[in-house]
Design a protein around this ligand. Structure first.
Ligand code: PLP
Length: 389
């Protein structure tokens, strides 16, 4: 049976991680891996998470099964953070816990594949490399459209709108809620409004991937565009990850919300989500979500979490400013947000940076800003400058 299977290409980012690990040079720089790092180069467990975990350890009385919806108190508390008060109370919206943002996206894909319409999913190019496979593996057609002006290193809204000309009513448009991976670009408030008008006029269904809330401009600011969109659109989906903004990565914490056109339609939507989740993973892992639930249900822990998240966000934005001011070709980085930026360099330059300067990033030239420290910005720029336009 198995001899019919083809070999698969290795994960490009894992190869970069492996090369960085094997490099003995002490001044090596890893801007490849997509996790937050602090000034010491580590990805710490957040203080509020540690405190919540200590509480779980002493107070949790059972690890008996939950249902396919996971921890509903977690999802409902998170809805206030992600969706805001008005949408969190909207009975057209139903949500369940998922194994990370990836699980939320996959569950969304399976739900869409179950509908009669079986929509095409439109993704911007470039996007997170896992987006197209997630929808493709669920049997959906994936179409890509432009939005990024590589020469200017910035979002081109007209290109975005033109790229969606071929989208049919009922098709799904995947949007990054904030902190775009890999370009760092973001719609401004006016563009979100235009987007909302377009989606409604053309009968498109937005699927917002919100994986970095709080790491761009702030918790409320990073969700404002998505909330405006949900308020306007009759149907929408939100795939959420807590793995970056609570630094819970391997614990796999996320949620999927689906906005149905009416509370009555939200009922079969929810039932279908539960049936699908049961066959995909039965129920999501509990520990990370339980820690988030503890944090969100305690004002002091919540304040600690928000303060630490704000500190992470400020560190990223300070590094963005330093990079943006260091070279004219990097100026867009200071205007953009989140962990990622796409450098205007080719594969040859990426290889030279790796071989000559021990600077590691994938061939696409995507960098994780938080992989830098303030003291490594100057050597990074020195090495990079000869390759910039
Ligand atoms: N969406 C985007 C845009 C991402 O960059 C990532 C992770 O890198 C995810 C979703 C998935 O996050 P998680 O680790 O929670 O599955």
């Amino acid at each position: 049976m198995f001899d019919t299977l083809d070999r698969q290409p290795p994960d490009a980012l894992l190869a970069v991680i492996g090369m960085h690990r094997a490099d003995p040079r002490p001044d090596k720089i890893d801007v490849g891996v997509g996790v937050y790092r602090d000034e010491t180069g580590t990805t710490p467990v957040m203080g509020a998470v540690k405190a919540a975990e200590a509480r779980l350890l002493s107070e949790q009385v059972s690890k008996s099964y939950l249902g396919a919806e996971g921890d509903q108190t977690f999802t409902d508390s998170l809805a206030h953070v992600a969706l805001g008060e008005a949408l969190a109370a909207d009975s057209r919206i139903t949500g369940i816990q998922t194994p990370g943002g990836t699980g939320a996206l996959r569950l969304a894909a399976e739900l869409l594949a179950r509908t009669e319409r079986r929509p095409t999913v439109w993704v911007g190019a470039p996007t997170w490399p896992n987006h197209a496979p997630i929808f493709g593996e669920a049997g959906l057609r994936v179409a890509s459209h432009g939005y990024f002006d590589a020469a200017r290193g910035d979002l081109d809204f007209n290109l975005f709108v033109d790229g969606l000309t071929g989208a049919q009513p009922g098709d799904v448009v995947l949007l990054h809620g904030c902190c775009h991976n890999p370009t760092g670009t973001a719609f401004d408030a006016a563009q979100w409004q235009q987007l909302a008008t377009m989606v409604v006029a053309r009968g498109l269904v937005p699927l917002v991937d919100l994986a970095y809330q709080g790491l761009g401009r702030g918790l409320a600011e990073d969700a404002a565009g998505m909330r405006a969109l949900l308020t306007a659109a009759p149907e929408a989906l939100v795939a959420y990850s807590c793995d970056k903004n609570f630094a819970l990565y391997r614990e796999r914490v996320g949620a999927l919300w689906v906005q149905a056109p009416s509370p009555a339609v939200a009922v079969p939507v929810r039932e279908t989500l539960l049936v699908l989740a049961r066959s995909l993973w039965s129920m999501p892992p509990d520990h990370g979500a339980a820690a988030v639930r503890e944090i969100l249900s305690d004002a002091a822990l919540s304040a600690d979490w928000q303060a630490e998240l704000t500190g992470m966000c400020e560190r990223i934005n300070a590094l963005r400013l330093a990079l943006g001011q260091a070279h004219p070709a990097l100026a867009p980085i200071a205007r953009q947000q989140g962990l990622f930026a796409l450098l205007p360099i080719d594969r040859g330059a990426v290889r030279q940076l790796r071989e000559r300067h021990a600077i590691y990033m994938p061939d696409s030239g995507r960098i994780n800003i938080a992989g830098l420290r303030h003291e490594t910005v100057a050597p990074f720029i020195d090495a990079l400058a000869p390759h910039l336009p």
